[in-house]
Design a binder for this molecule. Sequence first.
Ligand code: NAP
Length: 247
Amino acid sequence: METPTTFNQSLQGKRVIILGGSSGLGLATAKAAGAEGANVVIVSGNQQRIDNALAELPAGSAGFSVDLSKEENIKTFFEHAGNFDHLVYTAGENLTLNTLDQTNIDEARTFFNLRYWGALTAVKYGAPHINAGGSISLTSGTASARPGSGWSIASSICGAMEGFVRAMAVELAPIRVNAVVPGVIKTNLWGSMSEADREGLYKSQADALLLKRVGEAEDIAFAFLYLMKQQFGTGQNMVIDGGAVLV
Ligand SMILES: NC(=O)c1ccc[n+]([C@@H]2O[C@H](COP(=O)([O-])OP(=O)(O)OC[C@H]3O[C@@H](n4cnc5c(N)ncnc54)[C@H](OP(=O)(O)O)[C@@H]3O)[C@@H](O)[C@H]2O)c1
C-alpha cells in the first residue's frame, strides 16, 4: 500500500511564486509565506511596486516585472523560473463595473485577459515545474455567488475560475489545485473609487456582514497559506468573506 502522506506541512525552504505579489492579497501572502521561511518570488507588471514590495519581504526574496496579460511573457517567465513548490495567482486590474445595457462587449472580453486567461496560462506553463507535494492556488470572489447589479462580467470571471479550479484538480492531480474566494477586502483593488465612495462601501458592507467588518489582506493570506500547507483538499473554492454569501 502507498505510504501515507507525511504531515510535514512547513513552508520552510519551499519556493513560492506569487503572480500579483506586489500588492494587496498577493503581497500579504508573500509576507506570510516569507515569515514562515519560504523563498518567495513575486511577479507583477510594475517594477517600482515590486521594488517597494521587496523592501517589505525577507532578504533573498526575488521579484520580476512581467505583464501577465500576455501568454508569451508568462511562457518565458516559467522557462526561466526553475522548479518551485507553490503557485499563487492574484493578479487583477481595478474593477470596472457596468450594467449590461452599458457594457461594451469587446471591452468586456478584455476583462477576462488578466484574471482568467492569465491564471489559466500561468497554470499551463507553471504546472510542469511544480515539485512533488506542490500546489496551485487561484483567486475567485464572492461575486460568483452574490453579484450585485453591474457585476455581470466580474461574476462571470469568478464562476469560470471556480469551474477551472475543479477541472485542473482532476487533470493535474496529484498537484492540488484550489482557489480562495474573498468577499470585500481592503486593498488597492478599490483604488479607482473616490475615498468617500470607498469608505461608504466598506461601511455598508461591514454593517451587513455577519462578522461586522470587511476583510483585511491578511485574512486572505492566511487562507492561501492554508491551501499551500494542507495536503488533502483539491478542487475547492474556499470562501473567506465575513459571512457575505449568507446575508
Ligand atoms: N480586494 C477585494 O475585495 C477582492 C475581493 C474578491 C476578489 N478579489 C480578487 O483578488 C485579486 C487580487 O486583488 P487585490 O485586492 O490584491 O488587488 P491589488 O492590490 O490591486 O493587486 C493586484 C495585483 O495585480 C497586479 N497586476 C495588475 N495588472 C497586472 C499585469 N498586467 N501584469 C501583472 N500583474 C498585474 C498588480 O501589480 P502591479 O500594479 O504592480 O502590476 C498587483 O500586484 C483580483 O483578481 C481581485 O479581483 C479581490
